[in-house]
Design a protein around this ligand. Structure first.
Ligand code: GDP
Ligand code: MG
Length: 370
C-alpha cells in the first residue's frame, strides 16, 4: 500500500502541517510532520478536512493503465509500421502514392482511398505494411517529441538528382535518435541527371554505409513516377521486418497512439489510432490523452466500417468526448469511471502546465517536413 508523509499530505490538501498532525491525533494516530502514514489513514484525514478523496499522484493514476507486460508466448507477428521522411520535393508524397497503389485489396476496389493519416497495404503473398502519411510529419517529429515512437522503419527518400539536403540530415538524425532502422529510397532515377552513386557516397558522411559498399544500409533506386523499383522497395521493407521480428499480443485490451485527430461536423471528434497491441472493438471504453469515450464505430483506411482492429492497424475511432492530439496514447480501460478518472486527472495536469508555461515562453516544434 501507498504511504505518504504528513507534510506531503498537507501540501496536497493545501492545509497546514500542524493541522494535519492535530487531526491525526484526533484519529488516534501519533505522527510528526516528517513521518509517513498509510493510504487508508491519509484518506481518513482528507475526509476529516472535508476534501474529496482523490488519487493525486501520476504514479497512482497512471499505474496499471497499460496492464501487465506480455509473455513471449502471447506475441504474434505484426506488420511493420513505416514512415517516409526526407527533404521537401524529394518525392515523399509521390512515393507514398506509389506504395499505396501496390495494395492488391485497394486495387480490386478501384483504389478508393480515404486520408486518415495512416494506411495499410496488402501486397502479393498476403504480407501487410502500415504507412504513416500524416502531413507535416506530426507522426514522427511531434510524436517523438512527446515520447511516442510509433515507427518501426523509416524510408529515407533522397532525390537522385539533388542528393542529401538539410532536411535529409534532420531525418537521419531523428531516425538515429529514435533507434529506428533506415531504408534509403533513392528516388527520381527516371531523370537523366539522376546520380544514385553520388547519393550513396554522400550517405557515408552520416555513417550510413550502403550494402553495395559493404555496409548494412539497404538502398533502393526507385522512381515514384515511372514506378521503377517500387516492388524492390516493398520487398526490402518486408525483408527488414522479417529480420527484426515485429510482434505484439493481439489478445488483450487495445492500446495505441493517436496519429491524427480532428473535430468533424456531423461526426464529432474523430481520431486515427494506430493500434500497437491488443484488439480494439466497438463498444470498448478508452482514455486518450485527456479525453475519454466509448467506441461508437471503427472505420478502416477505405472508410469501411469494421468491428475490430488489431496490432499495426490504423483505424478511425468515433465516440470520443473530445479531440485528443497527435501523439497521445490511446488505452482501453475497464469502465467509464476509470476512463474519466484518468482523463480528468490529465486534463487538470495539462491545465496546470499550460499555466506554468504561459509565463516562461516556449519554443515551437521544428517543422522539418511539409
Ligand atoms: P515531397 O515534397 O517530398 O512530398 O515531394 P512530392 O512527392 O510532392 O514530389 C515533388 C515533385 O517531384 C513533384 O513535382 C513530383 O511530381 C516530383 N517527383 C516525385 N517523385 C518523382 C520521380 O520519381 N521522378 C520524377 N521525375 N519526379 C518525381
Ligand atoms: Mg509531400
Amino acid at each position: 500500500p501507498e504511504a505518504i508523509t504528513v507534510q506531503e499530505l498537507a501540501n496536497r490538501m493545501a492545509e497546514r502541517g500542524g493541522e494535519v498532525v492535530k487531526t491525526l491525533m484526533k484519529l488516534g494516530v501519533m505522527a510528526t510532520i516528517n513521518q509517513t502514514i498509510d493510504a487508508d489513514t491519509a484518506e481518513l484525514v482528507v475526509s476529516e478536512f472535508g476534501h474529496n478523496v482523490q488519487r493525486v499522484s501520476d504514479e497512482d493514476i497512471e499505474m496499471g493503465l497499460q496492464g501487465t507486460a506480455d509473455t513471449e508466448s502471447a506475441l504474434r507477428p505484426r506488420p511493420p509500421v513505416v514512415t517516409v521522411m526526407g527533404h521537401v520535393d524529394h518525392g515523399k508524397t509521390s512515393l507514398l502514392d506509389a506504395l499505396r497503389s501496390t495494395d492488391i485489396v485497394a486495387g480490386e476496389a478501384g483504389g478508393i482511398t480515404q486520408h486518415i493519416g495512416a494506411y495499410q497495404i496488402v501486397v502479393e503473398g498476403g504480407s501487410k505494411i502500415t504507412f504513416i502519411d500524416t502531413p507535416g510529419h506530426a507522426a514522427f517529429t511531434e510524436m517523438r517529441a512527446r515520447g511516442a515512437d510509433v515507427t518501426d522503419l523509416v524510408i529515407l527518400v533522397v532525390a537522385a538528382d539533388d542528393g542529401i539536403k538539410d532536411q535529409t540530415v534532420e531525418a537521419i538524425n531523428h531516425a538515429k535518435a529514435a533507434g529506428v532502422p533506415i531504408v534509403v529510397a533513392i528516388n527520381k532515377v527516371d531523370k537523366p541527371e539522376a546520380d544514385p552513386q553520388r547519393v550513396m557516397t554522400e550517405l557515408l558522411q552520416y555513417e550510413l554505409v550502403p550494402e553495395a559498399m559493404g555496409g548494412d544500409i539497404i538502398c533502393v533506386p526507385v522512381s515514384a513516377i515511372s514506378r521503377e523499383g517500387i516492388d524492390d522497395l516493398v520487398e526490402s521493407l518486408l525483408l527488414q521486418a522479417e529480420l527484426l521480428e515485429f510482434k505484439a499480443n493481439p489478445d488483450r485490451n487495445a492500446s495505441g497512439v493517436v496519429v491524427e485527430a480532428r473535430l468533424e461536423q456531423g461526426r464529432g471528434s474523430v481520431a486515427t489510432v494506430l493500434i500497437q497491441r491488443g484488439t480494439l472493438r466497438v463498444g470498448d471504453i478508452f482514455v486518450t490523452g485527456s479525453e475519454s469515450g466509448r467506441v461508437r464505430a471503427l472505420l478502416n483506411d477505405r472508410g469501411d466500417k469494421v468491428e475490430q482492429a488489431g496490432p499495426s492497424e490504423p483505424v478511425e475511432v468515433l465516440g470520443l468526448n473530445g479531440t485528443p492530439e497527435a501523439g497521445d496514447d490511446f488505452v482501453v480501460v475497464e469502465d467509464d469511471a476509470r476512463a474519466r478518472e484518468v482523463a480528468d486527472f490529465r486534463a487538470e495536469k495539462k491545465r496546470r502546465s499550460q499555466l506554468a508555461s504561459a509565463t516562461s515562453g516556449r519554443g515551437s516544434l521544428e517543422q522539418m517536413m511539409d
